[in-house]
Design a protein around this ligand. Structure first.
Ligand code: ZN
Length: 333
């Protein structure tokens, strides 16, 4: 493909200068977008390095990588990068999962100006795609910043809340924790709201409590929301999944719109924004952005390596959610 494997801009055989710098640091050797090993070699090394058994149902295939002498190498721990190849398992179209995740991260960053982790779509020696993401909690000197996800912050674990612990929560409750722990909470609550709407737009039905985190700034000791990570259109792989991983509201509140239509629409996000304390003009502007940028979203989908079938489905899924986001039963819009 003649596109940058980072930003998908046309006219590049490999990383554009800007993506190379953000992913690998200034002045580093040219890092190829082709990994120095094959997928089978990766699987063998993963078993050898981590001592894990690869099971057919085991979806967890990611592994830390470090930049060694201009090449991305597998390492046991540490490492500034995480590689996520296509998972094993029974979900649909899993070969597209790395492309889907990279594309969705680019849509978030380029179309909606959401702060996301730096990522790229790389390939194994045998041509298979893999998703590469740079860890934002590891600094260039190898130091790790303190990061906690909202399952940890709310004290949820399999022991306390059972196997479903990541899903047994609400976005409103996460918002309340942001207000409690973040000094600049107004800014972060708007970032959080934007991300929840974005996940709805791109059909990410797996944005659970561990997919939002706070990170501590080591100089100021202040906490803030991390850049977004783990964004993808899960409906491509799991068509019957529920629309959101968590309920919007922490009580059993339902808007008139939800009672009639049984899906989240404009009025639900209006109530959610109100509960998070967003200023109404900001809320309206954010919603108009999500409703009005479909052309830009589709341009990026077309620039991706997805198959024609997946491109068509992804566009259809987004149009479906744009319609839902634009739908106000109470005529609030
Ligand atoms: Zn680029």
């Amino acid at each position: 493909m003649n596109r940058c494997p980072g930003c998908l801009k046309a006219g590049h055989k490999t990383f554009c200068t800007r993506c190379h710098r953000t992913l690998f640091g200034p002045g580093s050797k040219r890092v190829p977008a082709v990994l120095p090993f094959t997928r089978p070699a990766y699987d063998r090394e993963k078993v050898a390095v981590t001592g894990e058994r690869l099971s057919l149902s085991g979806v967890q295939t990611k592994m830390p990588l470090a930049l060694v002498d201009g090449h991305l190498q597998m390492v046991q721990s540490g490492g500034q990068y995480i590689l996520k190849p296509r998972p094993h398992g029974t979900f649909l179209r899993l070969e597209a999962a790395p492309i889907n995740e990279h594309l969705t991260m680019q849509i978030a960053r380029q179309v909606f100006r959401i702060s996301v982790a730096d990522s790229a779509l790389v390939t194994f020696q045998d041509g298979e795609h893999a998703y590469l993401v740079r860890r934002f909690d590891v600094q260039s000197n190898g130091q790790r910043s303190l990061q906690e996800d909202f399952a940890q912050i709310s004290g949820r674990s399999p022991d306390t809340h059972g196997a479903n612990y990541k899903y047994d929560f609400s976005y409103e409750a996460i918002g309340n924790l942001i207000r409690r722990h973040v000094a600049t909470f107004r800014v972060d609550l708007e970032r959080f709201f934007t991300l929840v709407v974005f996940n709805y737009l791109v059909n990410n039905g797996d944005a659970h409590a561990k997919n939002f985190s706070l990170i501590r700034d080591d100089t100021t000791s202040q906490y803030n929301l991390t850049p977004a990570y783990d964004l993808l259109n899960t409906r491509l792989h799991l068509p019957d999944e529920s629309r959101t991983a968590l309920d919007l509201f922490q009580d059993d509140f339902e808007t008139e719109s939800f009672k009639k239509q049984a899906f989240y629409a404009y009025d639900d996000f209006a109530e959610f924004a109100k509960r998070l304390g967003l200023v109404e003009t900001r809320f309206r502007r954010i919603m108009e952005t999500f409703i009005g940028k479909n052309c830009d979203v589709e341009t990026l989908i077309d620039a991706s390596e997805l198959s024609d079938e997946c491109k068509g489905l992804y566009k259809h899924h987004v149009r479906d959610r744009v319609a839902a986001l634009a739908n106000s039963l109470a005529k609030l819009r």
